[in-house]
Write a protein of this length. Structure first.
Lengths: 425, 174
């Protein structure tokens, strides 16, 4: 808490001194009379013996919201002593936008009175923000002195990435051992008919294929494929980023990761997450609604940090990257270290799909439209597509996603079918 | 509150010296003062507004120096009040620029300013009357002693306000 005189007090003091000096110089009583109003004004500068007592309460309408949601912040001042003027400034984080009302208000309150104010903010970008930092100024009516203080209480809000609804996702080539929605190449209990073989003792009679048996003159049974789930690991490229929040390539990657994770979790698959940036951060694969919340929390702080260190996926625990897992790499294809890591994963036999998020639109949004920028971006797009094609030629499954198209449309080419032979290799 | 309310005291501040001694140099000085003040008001800066007031005081001093021997107490009081309100209104608009000011605050502040204008009128009248009475009672040589005594009292008052009651001398409640 600081109490200080304001610039107005110094201005008045300067003017009084200057008037009295000129008064002596020109020897006229009028100048002395002219100084009287200023002196009367300056006499109001009497420091307060005690600061007015008050309570400030802040209420936030929601603390967990999705990108683009709005919240209302309410402030209430309960005055125990009369407060002539209280100026309250709620500090808004950079990615929180004021939408209605004011985050800086000037209020007055009598003793025992409650006054308040509220404003609405929009949260267009994911992240954790704190709205608890408030600056308070208590002014006296003369404006000659002010008491300043800062109140910092923790008022965190979490803005989760907006999740696009995806109905069809790329089919994993390999499945796991738990029951799920994919037709496994393994034969066993299931509803998807597979091969036909001769009846053996112990076979169930309801599996007898009567048509084949009548045609061949001996009993045949139909075998069924098991329905199994899959392990999916989302590999997020946090080595590079272009564009500005909330439209940067990393923001797009996080949104895509959240949507894909939810789609696979809805199919009873186990989903894990690896942030491949300056340091490795991961969430073990698991299934269920709780994992959806865990992944949303895990995706929230994803950010790029500069580092010369090349992260090594070998350092991940074995449970993190199961051998049968489908790895979906989300990358703008800007950093060669990430591309190398993905190629290495493919070479180690992992089923890898690369969702290449176009960095051109995000960059163009920051640069603005001009003929030179447009030409540069078109050339960059040609170069970027060539890089994606080069990776395709090396055997990687590449899906290109431009921000102006639906994520489901980008995933569609691999959502229908994937080569069954790949599952048997 | 709009900062353009400061135009009213600004006009009074420029008009009083011109009315006291209408001449080209006074008009020029007051025009410069107005321009500097307007710069401060438009840019929300206290420095130029104070500088403009200082120039206006120079203009008023020049006007008084070139004017006749008669004493214009009302004009001087108006000039001083205009200076005070110019700085006060400008500072109020500057410090709350962009903030949402509650209507109660504006109402109470307007009442405070009107009360202060009244107290200034009373103070000027009382001091003018006191000065007139003293001039009748005190002989020529004693007036300097009275003036010196007043200066000492003013200095003591300033010390009391600025040093004895230090700004930090408040209870840390709430």
């Amino acid at each position: 808490m600081i109490m200080r005189a304001t610039p107005l007090a110094f201005s008045l003091a300067t003017l009084i001194a200057w008037i009295l000096f000129l008064d002596i110089l020109v020897d006229r009583a009028e100048l002395f009379v002219a100084a009287i109003p200023l002196a009367v004004g300056l006499t109001s500068l009497v420091p307060a013996r005690r600061m007015p007592r008050f309570e400030l309460r802040q209420r936030i309408s929601a603390d967990r919201l999705s990108e683009g949601d709005r919240i209302v912040v309410s402030l209430t001042v309960s005055a125990l002593d009369p407060i002539p003027m209280i100026e309250i400034l709620t500090v808004l984080p950079a990615l929180v936008e004021l939408e209605a009302g004011h985050n800086r208000v000037v209020l007055a309150a009598e003793a025992g009175q409650e006054v308040g104010s509220s404003f609405q903010v929009a949260c267009p970008a994911r992240g954790r923000f704190d709205l608890g930092v408030i600056y308070i100024r208590l002014w006296d009516r003369s404006g000659l002195s002010v008491i300043e203080m800062r109140r910092a209480t923790s008022r965190p809000i979490s803005v989760y990435p907006a999740v696009a609804r995806i109905r069809r996702v790329p089919q994993p080539v390999r499945t796991q051992f738990s029951i799920g929605n994919y037709v496994s190449p393994r034969l066993g209990e299931g509803i998807e008919p597979g091969e036909i073989r001769r009846f053996l003792p112990g076979d169930r009679t309801r599996h007898i294929n009567w048509r084949a048996s009548l045609r061949r003159g001996q009993l045949y049974v139909t075998q069924f494929h098991e329905e199994r789930n899959a392990d999916v690991v989302l590999l997020l490229d946090a080595l590079s980023e272009t564009g500005a929040a909330p439209h940067s390539t990393l923001d797009l990657s996080v949104r895509a990761a959240a949507g894909i994770a939810n789609a696979y979790l809805a199919r009873k698959d186990r989903v894990g997450f690896v942030e491949f940036g300056a340091f490795l951060r991961w969430i073990d694969p698991a299934t269920g609604r709780r994992q959806s919340d865990v992944l949303a929390e895990g995706l929230l702080p994803a950010a790029t940090h500069f580092s010369y260190v090349v992260p090594q996926l070998d350092r991940l625990p074995g449970r993190m990257l199961p051998r049968q897992a489908l790895v979906i790499a989300l990358t703008p294809l800007l950093d060669e270290r990430f591309v190398t890591a993905v190629i290495d994963l493919m070479a180690r036999g992992f089923d890898v799909i690369v969702l290449a998020i176009s960095p051109i639109e995000s960059t163009q949004r920051v640069l603005g439209r001009s003929p030179a920028n447009d030409i540069a971006c078109r050339l960059w797009e040609i170069e970027w597509r060539e890089k994606a094609d080069a990776l395709r030629r090396r055997g990687l499954a590449i899906l290109e996603w431009h921000p102006d198209m639906a994520l489901e449309a980008a995933l569609a080419p691999l959502a229908r079918s994937r080569p069954r032979w790949a599952a048997r290799r | 509150m709009s900062r353009w309310w400061t135009a009213l005291p600004l006009a009074v501040m420029a008009a009083v010296p011109i009315w006291t001694a209408p001449s080209a140099p006074i008009v020029a000085i007051e025009a410069v003062a107005c321009l500097v003040c307007a710069l401060g008001i438009s840019r929300s800066m206290t420095g130029p507004a104070t500088a403009g007031s200082v120039i206006a005081v120079i203009g008023y001093a020049v006007a008084l120096w070139s004017a006749g021997p008669g004493i214009d107490v009302i004009g001087a009081a108006l000039f001083g009040t205009a200076l005070l309100f110019l700085l006060d209104l400008h500072e109020f608009a500057r410090r709350f620029r962009g903030a949402d000011i509650a209507n109660e605050v504006l109402r109470a502040q307007t009442a405070y300013w009107l009360g202060r204008a009244a107290s200034i009128a009373v103070a000027v009248a009382a001091l003018a009357a006191g000065g007139f009475v003293l001039s009748l009672l005190v002989p020529g040589a004693g007036r300097a002693v009275v003036a010196g005594l007043g200066a000492v009292l003013a200095f003591a008052g300033a010390l009391n306000a600025g040093i004895v009651r230090r700004p930090g001398d408040i209870s840390p409640e709430a």
